[in-house]
Ligand binder design. Structure first.
Ligand SMILES: Nc1ncnc2c1ncn2[C@@H]1O[C@H](COP(=O)(O)OP(=O)(O)OP(=O)(O)O)[C@@H](O)[C@H]1O
Ligand SMILES: [Mg+2]
Length: 360
């Protein structure tokens, strides 16, 4: 799939713009703090209905403006869809597909698939399990509305169960009602565990191959799902952890405590890997995501590459650029160095200066 045109109004520091990108690589270059990442963020928002790394949506509206607008046309196999995003101060955001308002965020998923590579990807490896669950959920939600609804329901039931646990601490009689929540939570939770398990099994196969190519066979990568509770065991485990849950006032078992393990050469890369090995692991995971999205949806995703080339050595750069051939991508960098010229035609360049995007 590819974006045919995109226009922005009062989005971050960007001047009103209307761009018709090419279906290949589009390069946005300029000095620091000019608006390159902001531009990618607007595309990301249309795919996922939320901003990067959970930043507040209000922050996306240009300083001093009351509202912000993103509109883009995305082309896939047999149709074109228009996505409109309307962000307002102190009001709920509005999203429409082909002029019809989206009532629930899940309805947006599947309209456009995007994969983002950014320096912040390192946090996928370095930070705590919450970051890796976020990665899992973002990818699975994009590809499956069913997963999104299961996750939403799980989160809602979990919240209610936790509220009840706190009340039980004061009034033990209430514990009779808990088993109803346990059954519901287990039903939803099992679906999430199953989906994550299947997703990661395939991600592991693909990312292992990517990693081998990226490192010229020097390193091996293994990606493992580390579920907090094994499949089929959730209800039993919930019952068993009841006393502990009451003591904590919150649910201590379930997929909201899952993690992913990345092993490089058999050792956990988070603890033992070098900075470069960690970066390459994140890159392999992202590259695998491209293939997975294509496998699961039949569509090639749109790629957002935020300042990633400069951090890679020549071999990794070459492999990355080979891997994204045939996909529409939006690449940011501070300068058009030889490494970029090698891969990009000069008519696909956009210069970003002080929020204005123009052809050089
Ligand atoms: N809501 C907003 N309204 C106006 N300007 C904003 C808003 N949010 C952020 N900015 C400005 O956008 C600029 C940052 O833009 P961006 O992150 O896209 O830079 P960049 O070109 O990617 O730079 P770098 O090369 O350093 O990554 C900052 O100077 C910031 O002040
Ligand atoms: Mg940036």
């Amino acid at each position: 799939m590819h974006i045919q045109e995109i226009s922005l109004q009062a989005f971050r520091n960007l001047e009103p713009l209307h761009i018709q990108p090419t279906t290949g690589i589009n390069v946005f270059y300029g000095d620091n703090a000019q608006g390159k990442t902001n531009f990618l963020e607007s595309i990301y928002f249309c795919a996922l209905g939320r901003s990067l790394r959970g930043k507040q949506e209000q922050q996306l509206i240009r300083f001093g403006a009351h509202e912000s607008h993103i509109r883009l046309d995305v082309v896939r196999s047999h149709r074109t869809d228009r996505i409109d995003v309307h962000l307002k101060r102190d009001e709920k955001k509005g999203i429409a597909i082909n002029g019809i308002a989206v009532r629930r965020l899940g309805e947006l998923f599947g309209t456009m698939y995007a994969v983002i590579f950014s320096p912040e990807d390192l946090s996928l490896i370095k930070e705590g399990p919450a970051e890796r669950r976020r990665f899992l959920d973002m990818e699975l939600c994009q590809m499956s509305q069913v997963y999104f609804y299961d996750l939403q329901q799980y989160t809602r039931i979990l919240r209610q169960r936790n509220t009840l646990l706190k009340k039980i601490k004061e009034n033990t009689k209430l514990s009779d009602t808990l088993s109803v929540w346990d059954t519901q939570l287990a039903q939803c939770g099992e679906k999430i565990i199953a989906a994550r398990s299947a997703f990661l099994a395939r991600l592991d196969e693909i990312s292992t191959l990517c990693h081998e190519k990226l490192t010229g066979g020097k390193d091996t990568l293994k990606t493992l799902y580390k579920p907090n509770c094994e499949q089929g065991q959730l209800e039993k485990r919930l019952q068993r952890s009841l006393e502990r849950d009451i003591a904590f006032g919150s649910t201590q078992v379930g997929p909201h405590k899952d993690d992913i393990l990345f092993l490089v050469n058999g050792k956990e890369v988070r603890q033992f890997g070098s900075q470069g090995q960690q970066r390459t692991t994140a890159l392999s995971a992202r590259l695998a995501e491209i293939t997975l999205i294509e496998e699961m949806t039949g569509e090639k995703p749109i790629l957002l590459l935020d300042d990633v080339l400069s951090e890679l050595d020549e071999n990794r750069q070459r492999y990355l650029m080979q891997s994204i051939e045939g996909l529409q991508s939006f690449l940011t960098c501070t300068g058009i160095e030889d490494s970029i010229r090698r891969y990009v035609q000069t008519d696909n360049l956009f210069y970003v200066q002080n929020g204005r995007i123009s052809r050089p």
